[in-house]
Design a protein around this ligand. Structure first.
Ligand code: HAM
Length: 420
């Protein structure tokens, strides 16, 4: 039997209403903050991710779904949304838009060849936002406040916002030098990946899951001490504004993020909820001041975050928060005879074309079973069509919640439901 590919899932109707609810809310919150939707292709030139996300990252080295197309181009299913949005900003010359920053959001599937684990999929849906074109701590704070707003609006409580500053390119270069000096003498005690990271991207050693508890990780120099005055001032302003808004956070100097494009503000939102699982990160993001230039764009800066709906759902489940089910249909038409079934078909056609949601029995079931079906479909009203009803073109419209009935012509039934 052919099965769904490893690390992917079917989202069946008993779950898809939750996705609809979440996506609708995310669209509404994006609108509150004045972010507009962007849709980019599901695949891009491989080169985009190699240059933007970084050749030394796990994403590029191990996790990309890369293939040659029939024209011998190397393409990659997008593993994340920031690089494609940056590519589109450059290609569509959005730096000339009258309004800056350009504020965009997306809800889109991403693909990473990762080991399957609770909360980790090979295809997952990210909601992400990007504000590109202006460097201002106020925008960093807007992004962080939107992030917290999203999670809190679902009623989640066990949240921990962790922030750090990676500084500008200059600070980062100084810091990387210090890390190389710190780790080099004993790098052979570290995992194979870290032994490569010391040359390609020493900061990533701080984030290694295998070497997390090594004493040298704990005693590593702190990035804060290597931030130049400008970077420090930027970080201090962001923190002060977060305090003003009473947005709670912790500073973690070891937070470096898994993608290479970050500068200054970097952050992750974690779930503290019991039962959420081992992967506690709900959302990650940060500022990326050099990214556009890295892919031949203008010297414009940006900041954003992305969360996966899969992990948001896990967090809701862990905190016992239910998502309201979709409402049922407006009317269920029960039928007693074959002829009544024909008439019901015509009636449904008219009801639906006037915007009323309606259904009937297609399995020739007994009236009792049809009533049960109407209940299952959460029908607000029912009618029963038999010979009398066909002759008189009238039926008893029954409101299921109250049991109240009213005899009406078919046309009156349609009009009543359309008005409701
Ligand atoms: P990221 O940290 O790689 O950042 O991913 C962001 C979020 O996507 C994670 O916090 C998690 O919720 C979700 N996620 C990542 N991998 C998986 C997976 N395999 N299964 C389920 N969920 C996953 C980025 O992607 C950046 N583009 C975020 C960003 C936007 N930075 C600036 N702007």
């Amino acid at each position: 039997m052919i099965q769904v590919p490893r690390g992917t899932q079917d989202i069946l109707p008993k779950e898809s209403y939750k996705w609809q609810f979440i996506e609708k809310k995310l669209h509404e919150i994006a609108k509150n903050y004045n972010y507009d939707e962007i849709r980019t292709p599901m695949f891009e030139s491989t080169d985009l991710f190699v240059r933007a996300v970084g050749g030394s990252t796990d994403i590029v080295n191990k996790e990309m779904y890369t293939f040659q197309d029939k024209g011998d181009r190397s393409l990659t299913l997008r593993p994340e949304g920031t690089a494609p949005v940056a590519r589109s900003y450059i290609e569509n010359k959005m730096q000339h838009n009258v309004e800056q920053p350009v504020k965009l959001f997306y809800v889109a599937p991403m693909f990473r060849y990762e080991r399957k684990q609770k909360g980790r999929y090979r295809q997952f849906v990210q909601f992400g936002v990007e504000a590109i074109g202006v460097e201002d701590p106020l925008i960093d704070v807007e992004i962080l406040s939107m992030l917290m707003h999203i999670y809190q609006s679902f009623g989640l409580k066990n949240l921990k916002l962790v922030i750090n500053s990676i500084g500008d390119i200059d600070s980062r270069t100084q810091y990387n030098k210090a890390l190389v000096e710190h780790f080099s003498p004993r790098i052979d005690e570290f995992c194979h990946d870290c032994q490569t990271r010391i040359d390609s991207n020493p900061m990533r050693i701080l984030d290694c899951k295998k070497d997390h508890d090594h004493e040298l990780v704990k005693s590593a120099p702190r990035i804060y001490d290597y931030l130049n005055d400008e970077s420090k001032a930027y970080f201090e302003t962001v923190k002060a504004k977060l305090d003003e808004l009473d947005i709670k956070y912790e500073v973690d100097y070891n937070l470096v993020r898994g993608l290479d494009y970050y500068t200054h503000t970097a952050f992750e939102l974690m779930s503290d909820a019991e039962g959420f699982g081992a992967i506690t990160t709900l959302c990650g993001g940060g500022r990326y001041n050099g990214l556009l230039e890295m892919i031949d764009g203008p010297a414009k800066t940006g900041i954003g975050f992305a969360l996966s709906i899969e992990r948001l759902l896990l967090a809701l489940e862990a905190e016992g928060i239910d998502i309201p089910e979709n409402k049922g249909i407006d009317i269920y038409v029960c039928t007693m005879t074959d002829q009544a079934r024909d008439t019901a078909g015509t009636l449904l056609h008219k009801l639906r074309s006037r915007g009323v949601s309606a259904d009937m029995d297609y399995e020739n079931r007994k009236l009792k079973a049809q009533m049960k079906d109407a209940d299952r479909k959460k029908a607000r009203y029912t009618i029963v069509l038999g010979e009398d009803e066909l002759q008189s073109s009238q039926a008893e419209l029954k409101e299921m919640a109250t049991g109240e009935t009213k005899k009406l012509s078919f046309e009156e039934i349609i009009n009543t439901l359309e008005e409701l």
